[in-house]
Design a protein around this ligand. Structure first.
Ligand code: GLO
Ligand code: MG
Length: 371
């Protein structure tokens, strides 16, 4: 009887512990998920043919709800195809039509990002292009993206600085390039007093060396801008790993600055091409730690979404073309449970005792479910 009572007490204690953070606050975050239309993908590599047929945006839209996603991430030309051949009024009209499609489907736009890497004028970069006409084109397109975002009902604009960097260092003046980047951000801030700019750092690919390779670089630029409260970041797991950094520490750094406004969770198996693997597929422990950092900081409680920038494997057949999205969401949710049920008391004791071998085993056995 006595044993039973102790067990019941322990179970109650565990349940209580599972519902509160390490600081005793209730864990209430209900996560909302997002992805971009580019995450339903043709599948191709530089050496072979596409393995899946492309599908149109309107056919992708109903899949969001079916998969349990609520947020749509956009490039400007995902919302407005042939963007360069339309007048400003036509661009806005098309954005309004997309907003209606979103409303009808019960979805929201999370952010819009100017696609500054596919136009011939941005081959050598947009904001840091050596040609002033090309730089102007990049700025105009970024400002137009802000207008599109407003029509779609979001104030978040993501800037992935894809081609802002070099294949050959001597081809650009890096110091000057950073000045141009800051100028572009200030122009965007001035264009609309509500816009929030999320810089998405990445160290390489397509360029050999990219400017603003980490979140630390992005945040230092934010503080130099005309309104630091409106410039923050989006961290992608794979990008941090390509920079040789731990994604959860990168996220913690941005959270400390209150500047983590979106994430692109995925995975990356070492220093290779940008793989955009299913979240947790390469390293479960790193996935656990990312979720842990997000959960502990209350990420998601101010409307931030859990974005999954994942792609189906290049050779995946048509039939299972959405599994990477469903699986990434599922793995995130399992990790939330793992974070909430981690034995914090044992952890605290082991830390106090500096018994890190025990702590390591506790983490691994918890993840394996063998405790
Ligand atoms: C590529 C990036 C890309 C961006 C997207 C939004 O490596 O991760 O997918 O996230 O274009 O700007
Ligand atoms: Mg990304």
């Amino acid at each position: 009887m006595a044993k039973k009572t102790t067990q019941a007490k322990a179970a109650r204690g565990k349940a209580r512990q599972a519902q509160t953070t390490e600081y005793g606050e209730p864990r209430t975050t209900v996560y909302r998920f997002s992805f971009g239309p580019w995450n339903i993908h043709e599948g191709a590599d530089p050496f072979g043919p596409p393995v899946r047929d492309p599908i149109s945006f309107s056919r992708k839209l109903p899949l969001y709800k079916e998969l349990g996603f609520e947020g749509v991430q956009f490039h400007d030309d995902d919302a407005v195809p042939d963007i360069n051949s339309r007048s400003p009024q036509q661009v806005l009209r098309q954005a309004q039509a997309v907003r209606k499609m979103l409303d009808d489907a019960g979805l929201v736009a999370e952010f819009v990002a100017p696609r500054l890497w596919e136009d011939p004028r941005t081959i050598d970069g947009g904001f840091t292009n050596n040609d002033p006409d090309n730089r102007q084109y990049a700025i105009d397109r970024a400002l137009q993206t802000i207008d599109i975002a407003a029509e779609l009902g979001t104030n978040k604009v993501v800037v992935w600085l894809a081609r802002e960097g070099t294949y050959i260092r001597e081809s650009k003046n890096a110091r000057q390039a950073h000045e141009w980047l800051l100028e572009a951000i200030n122009r965007m801030l001035a264009h609309n007093p509500n816009v929030h700019i999320l810089i998405e750092p990445k160290p390489n690919e397509p360029m050999d060396s990219a400017y603003i390779p980490t979140i630390g670089h992005a945040i230092s630029l934010a503080y130099l801008s005309d309104d630091p409260t409106r410039v923050g970041g989006l961290i992608e797991t794979a990008h941090a790993k390509l920079a040789g950094l731990d994604p959860s520490d990168e996220m913690a750094f941005a959270l400390f600055h209150k500047k983590l406004w979106s994430v692109h969770l995925n995975d990356q198996n070492g220093l290779k091409f940008d793989e955009d693997k299913t979240f947790g597929a390469a390293n479960l422990r790193e996935a656990f730690n990312q979720v842990r950092v997000l959960e502990e900081a209350g990420y998601g409680q101010n409307g931030e979404m859990v974005g999954l920038d994942v792609k189906a494997m290049r050779t995946q057949k048509e039939e299972n073309r959405l599994a990477h999205l469903a699986n990434s969401k599922r793995i995130f949710e399992i990790m939330v449970e793992k974070v909430r049920t981690f034995d914090r008391r044992a952890e605290a004791e082991m830390i106090a005792d500096r018994d890190y071998e025990a702590l390591e085993r506790l983490v691994i056995e918890h993840l394996l479910g063998t405790l």
